[in-house]
Design a protein around this ligand. Structure first.
Ligand code: ADP
Length: 355
């Protein structure tokens, strides 16, 4: 408030000063333009109303100087006419300037809001990264610590089974069998959970990976499954990318493993290929299995989301969540195209910026 009063006083003082110069030079100099300076100053820093008052003051000073200096016009009305033109120029300047000021204030407000939103988003992203890391750590510790007691339970159940096998009736035999089965599933779940928790934070550094090589390692790891189902896995020569090689093997292994597992009848046929898509490599893993309904295409990538009962198809519902995490870490995208009963093609994209 005080600074506005100061600027207003300064503006008036400047107008008077210009008036004096105007008088001293006897209007020989084209000085009237200098009246605009204090008017503009006050309009910008104080406001439009003050700018209008300053314009009136400017015209009064200018007219008075003209009058005191005894400037003679051929007709007295010319003097009024000149004052009117002068006032119009001042007022137009005031209105243009105040409109510019409003626009400027709007823009700065917008920039300010944007900056605040950006800061809030940054903070949210940092919080999310931290809470994700904490969650991963929690899942890792929980899964890791669960493994110990589970191994104890498993070994005692096995001992019990061995030592009392002759004395067990059919029911007891079945109960122990179910317990061992449950322990097996729990071990699988814990191992997958550990793997999931490790995928985001404990990955290896990226290096050039020959994807054909990674794929062949995945196929070797799946030897039992492939031979068990007499599956046929064929592939094209794949490109090299900059990636975490262990995670690339894991990715191929999960996707091919699913292709074999989710094939109900006949011989599973899996075909792996890659397409050069300008800025990215798009890999495709096609199978001839049971397929996926369109409405399930997104949710299968969420952790623990399964479309079938364990009795029909074994699994933990973590495999595709791991694939998604691996691909997120490589700044890519993973998706599936499929129809129920017509096989599925899983695609994943890795940007070439990384290659
Ligand atoms: P899991 O294989 O342990 O069940 P995943 O996360 O790998 O867990 O897969 C999640 C679900 O997505 C599976 O339970 C299955 O219903 C579906 N799915 C995954 N891959 C395929 C596939 N190739 N064909 C049909 N359904 C699939």
């Amino acid at each position: 408030m005080k600074s506005r009063q100061f600027i207003l006083s300064l503006g008036i003082a400047l107008i008077l000063f210009v008036g004096i110069i105007d008088y001293v030079t006897g209007t020989e100099l084209s000085i009237s333009i200098f009246y605009l300076l204090p008017i503009a100053l006050v309009t910008w820093f104080v406001g439009r109303k003050s700018g209008v008052i300053m314009s009136l003051a400017g015209v009064v000073v200018w007219y008075s100087v003209d009058f005191v200096a005894g400037h003679v016009y051929s007709h007295p009305a010319i003097s009024y006419w000149n004052s009117l033109v002068q006032l119009s120029i001042f007022l137009v300047t005031v209105f243009i300037l105040s409109a510019l000021k409003t626009e400027y204030e709007k823009k700065t407000q917008l920039i300010d809001d944007l900056r605040k939103t950006e800061e809030a988003l940054d903070q949210k992203a940092r919080d999310l990264i931290r809470s994700n890391a904490e969650l991963e750590q929690f899942a890792y510790i929980a899964a890791h610590d669960l493994r110990g007691p589970l191994i104890v339970v498993e070994s005692y159940i096995n001992k019990l089974h061995k030592r009392y096998i002759e004395r067990l009736d059919q029911d007891a035999e079945r109960f122990i069998g179910e317990a061992i089965d449950g322990i097996g599933r729990m071990k699988l779940l814990i191992n997958d959970l550990l793997l999931y928790a490790k995928t985001g934070s404990q990955g290896k550094n990226f290096e050039r990976v020959d994807c054909t090589d990674a794929l062949e390692r995945a196929i070797a790891n799946l030897k039992v499954e492939i031979e068990g189902r007499n599956a046929v896995v064929t592939y094209d020569r794949l490109p090299s990318v900059i990636a975490d090689d262990i995670q690339m093997v894991q990715l191929f292994q999960n996707l091919i493993g699913n292709g074999i597992k989710f094939c109900r009848e006949g011989q599973p046929r899996i075909y792996i290929s890659a397409e050069d898509n300008d800025t990215e490599w798009v890999f495709a893993i096609r199978d001839n299995g049971i397929g996926i309904a369109p409405e399930d295409r997104d949710r299968i990538f969420e952790i623990f989301k399964r479309l079938h009962r364990s009795a029909d198809y074994s699994g933990t519902g973590i495999g595709l969540a791991i694939c998604k995490k691996v691909i997120d870490r490589h700044r890519g995208r993973i998706w599936v195209e499929s129809e129920l009963g017509k096989g599925a093609t899983f695609y994943f994209m890795i940007p070439k910026g990384l290659s």
